[in-house]
Design a protein around this ligand. Structure first.
Ligand SMILES: Nc1ncnc2c1ncn2[C@@H]1O[C@H](COP(=O)(O)OP(=O)(O)OP(=O)(O)O)[C@@H](O)[C@H]1O
Length: 351
């Protein structure tokens, strides 16, 4: 089998030019990493703070092109995007007073400093893993700038409103709510200030959530005012930080942790996502994005390390199809890694 050269991969990727740009995805810096492991190729596309509309098409094209290089047997393309939330001008100077959500015992926020690290994938699988232990769980997609839960659940229906209360949709026997069920997901959300606050408040407080043991909140990426005000609206039992092993993501993860610490929210722990690459063909493990960085951050700041989730194509495929891995392949090692993390969280919450 011919040895695959990084240059050969970059050459085919150079033929891809986004519709919004004159430069190809390599020269414009969108291709932020190419990792070759024997005949497997991993590609990271970083779209910066404004992912173009054709980002998913570019990912598919990158996968297609890389597969044409002789010797390549599998390609995994991961998109990473830092979606900077707009700066918020608070409606009032005083921060909102956190309140309990009626009928909900625990609210936990799943956050990341950097976008695209797998926060939504982690949120849904974690919620489903908690449900496996017999808990009543809900999932709130609070990422109002890029809601993922409609795709991750395959749901497109509009929620009903009864007596001015929004009825959550049901996916996999779990209550789910997302701004994506209320607006057209293809249209970018350009809300500012008070409107953002209003939307997040509505998703937390005007939805018939109860009775629930745990409400898992998939937070918007980043550590700006929007995120801060969100965590100030509801009483949180704790926050979980998701990070990939790369240094850049870990630096942002630290920012996320300090944001929660600032408002006194306990850090339930850190999860390292895309930790070990498991070859879909032979099952061989390799650490293409590094390994153990999140564990080290957890050790240095003295918070629990909850576990690692491997980089595996099935996580992306099942997510894209609306059948998360903890539903479609309950006994797989990847699902097991979520169950172990869920067990630790349930233990910490005393459930
Ligand atoms: N462990 C993994 N292995 C392979 N692919 C993964 C893994 N985790 C997430 N992905 C894929 O990476 C992409 C980004 O994941 P996801 O949408 O969960 O991230 P996010 O942090 O919520 O992103 P955003 O900042 O856009 O909200 C998705 O295509 C997802 O399927």
């Amino acid at each position: 089998m011919p040895e695959i050269q990084k240059k050969s991969i970059l050459d085919v990727l150079k033929t891809i030019i986004p519709t919004s740009q004159a430069t190809n995805i390599v020269d414009s810096g969108i291709v932020s990493a190419v990792i070759i492991d024997s005949s497997q190729v991993g590609i990271v596309l970083d779209f910066g703070d404004t992912p173009p509309n054709d980002a998913p098409a570019l990912r598919a094209l990158a996968e297609e092109k890389a597969k044409t290089v002789p010797g390549v047997t599998a390609v995994n393309v991961v998109m990473s995007a830092i979606k900077k939330a707009p700066t918020v001008t608070p409606a009032t100077k005083a921060p909102p007073t956190p309140t309990q959500i009626p009928g909900v015992k625990h609210v936990i926020a799943v956050a990341s400093g950097k976008g695209g690290v797998g926060k939504s994938t982690t949120s849904i699988n974690l919620a489903l893993a908690l449900q496996k232990y017999g808990l009543k769980v809900g999932l709130l997609d609070a990422d109002i700038f890029g809601p993922s839960v409609p795709m991750l659940t395959g749901l497109t229906a509009r929620p009903e409103i009864k007596d001015k209360v929004i009825q959550p949709l049901i996916a996999f026997d779990m209550k789910v709510m997302s701004i994506g069920f209320l607006i057209d997901v293809d249209q970018p959300v350009v809300w500012r200030g008070p409107r953002v606050m209003g939307a997040t408040q509505q998703l937390l407080k005007d939805v018939a959530w109860g009775p629930l043991d745990v409400l898992v909140v998939d937070m918007p990426p980043g550590t700006g005012d929007v995120q801060l005000s969100m965590v100030q609206q509801a009483v949180l039992s704790g926050a979980i930080i998701v990070s990939t092993p790369q240094d850049l993501a870990l630096i942002d993860a630290r920012k996320g942790i300090s944001m929660f610490q600032k408002v006194g929210t306990p850090i339930l722990g850190i999860i390292e996502n895309m930790s070990t690459y498991i070859c879909p063909n032979c099952g061989t493990e390799s650490h293409i994005f590094g390994h153990g960085g999140a564990q080290e951050v957890a050790r240095t700041i003295g918070c629990p390390f909850l576990g690692a989730v491997p980089l595996h194509i099935s996580l992306r495929e099942t997510g894209d199809k609306g059948t998360p891995v903890t539903v479609s392949d309950k006994e797989s090692p990847i699902s097991q890694s979520y169950y172990k993390i869920a067990e630790k969280i349930a233990g910490t919450l005393g459930l």
